[in-house]
Design a protein around this ligand. Structure first.
Ligand code: HEM
Length: 399
């Protein structure tokens, strides 16, 4: 069965609905349950998030700490409302899938879903049993409907995790095929490029090169293009061969400075960095992390084109106890087209006339191998163009 992101009304859910036997009678039963249960939603939402906060591992998911809980309680309240009121149509399941994907995106381990759903099941069942103590047959009917819809909800949540796994597997497979092809082409190209470089060196030493400015100019141009071609081959090979990380204590401020040195931005682009100096020492591979900065910077500068603009890097250690560094890199360019945002970190994904679309794929790979990650998060208070959020784990005590 294929994962169909965005396709909540796909066969999987219809099949599940049939399997669980969720019928229009169940819908009616849930609507009967709503007026009985809704007075308890607030209390149940309290119990739900208190349980999360009591468990340090689950709590880690709440990035915004307790302040986020207030907002989430409201969303859970609405969630329970629509759970009992429906309509349980394709749009309903699509919205539920979207909620599921939010949990996948924040890397919430899926086992918490069982516990969380069970808590909701217990709380809502207790309300129902208490209110309908004198009408056991009705309580049983409403209870069955509640059981079915919560089973479906859990199945949707888990389905979104599976979707993500399938997408990851497909990506890995594409990378493997791509890697084999690229590896052989890359290696084959190294030889002719090496020969051109050697011949160029010899030609440059010949009297004709010194005597004729045009010859020198063209030889230099060939040299530059060989360098470009070599750079492409190196990026391709880096992409596929997972150079082992050489971890050592490093300061990101120094890594950033060295990236700026190697790709100095043109005069019409202002680059600001904030918060880097205050970051603690991290463990990582400075050369590969420098590549991360170089690629992100190059993308930002290219996005600005000939226009005046700015690139801004903001670094911080979020105060949520999650022990990581967060870097936000924004530019004042046009931003990424929403149609390609989801695929922007995939190899060969490019919108540029030149370039292979490896830069961001490599960036993600390097960050993931450091235990971190990168995402595209277009909202923020910055200059309004592309906005990438990079995270790296903190491995040492803040210094
Ligand atoms: C039955 C289980 C659960 C339900 C029904 C549920 C429901 C929801 C809903 C409705 C949202 C809002 C989604 C949106 O923005 O559209 C949400 C987001 C979120 N949930 Fe859950 N949740 C469940 C389990 C959990 C658990 C166990 C945790 C943490 C341990 C958790 C943490 C979060 C966080 C952190 C967000 C916000 C993510 C973000 O916007 O960045 N959820 N959840």
């Amino acid at each position: 069965m294929e994962a169909t992101p965005g396709g909540a009304s796909d066969n999987v859910l219809e099949e599940l609905q049939r399997y669980v036997g969720f019928s229009s009678d169940d819908g009616e039963a849930l609507r009967e349950l709503h007026p009985i249960a809704c007075a308890h939603f607030e209390r149940i939402a309290d119990v739900f998030y208190r349980r999360i906060l009591e468990h340090p591992e689950a709590r880690k998911a709440l990035e915004g700490g307790e302040s986020q809980v207030g907002h989430l309680k409201v969303t859970l309240h609405d969630w329970m409302g629509s759970l009992l009121l429906g309509p349980w149509d394709a749009a309903y399941f699509e919205r539920r899938c979207r909620i599921g994907r939010v949990h996948v995106r924040i890397h919430l381990p899926q086992h918490y879903m069982f516990g969380a759903m069970n808590l909701l099941r217990q709380e809502l069942s207790a309300v129902l049993e208490e209110a309908l103590r004198d009408a056991p047959a009705r309580a049983a009917r409403l209870g069955r409907a509640l059981g079915k819809i919560l089973d479906l909800e859990l199945a949707i949540m888990l389905h979104t995790y599976r979707e993500d796994l399938l997408a990851q597997a497909a990506r890995a497979e594409r990378l493997a095929t791509f890697g084999q092809l690229v590896g052989s082409i890359g290696h084959e190209l190294r030889n002719p490029l090496g020969v051109i470089e050697t011949s160029l060196f010899i030609l440059k030493g010949r009297p004709a090169a010194a005597e004729d400015a045009r010859v020198t100019k063209h030889l230099d141009r060939i040299g530059e293009q060989v360098e470009v071609a070599n750079h492409i081959v190196t990026s391709l090979l880096d992409m596929i061969r997972s150079r082992p990380l050489v971890r050592a204590p490093l300061r990101l401020a120094e890594v950033w400075a060295s990236a700026l040195e190697s790709v100095p931005p043109p005069g019409h682009v202002r680059v600001h960095a904030q918060g880097l100096e205050a970051l603690p020492v991290l463990e990582g591979d400075a050369v590969q992390l420098r590549q991360v900065f170089v690629n992100l910077l190059q993308n930002a500068v290219q996005a600005l084109g000939e226009h005046e603009g700015e690139v801004r890097l903001t670094a911080e250690v979020p105060e949520d106890g999650a022990r990581r560094v967060r870097l936000v890199l924004e530019d004042s360019g046009p931003g990424l087209d929403p149609a390609i945002r989801a695929r922007v970190f995939e190899p060969l994904m490019t919108t540029k006339a030149r370039g292979l679309g490896l830069g961001l794929a490599l960036v993600r790979r390097i960050l993931e191998r450091h235990g971190g990650g990168i995402g595209y998060a277009p909202t923020g208070g910055g200059p309004g163009g592309a906005r990438f959020v990079v995270e790296l784990p903190l491995t040492q005590e803040p210094s």
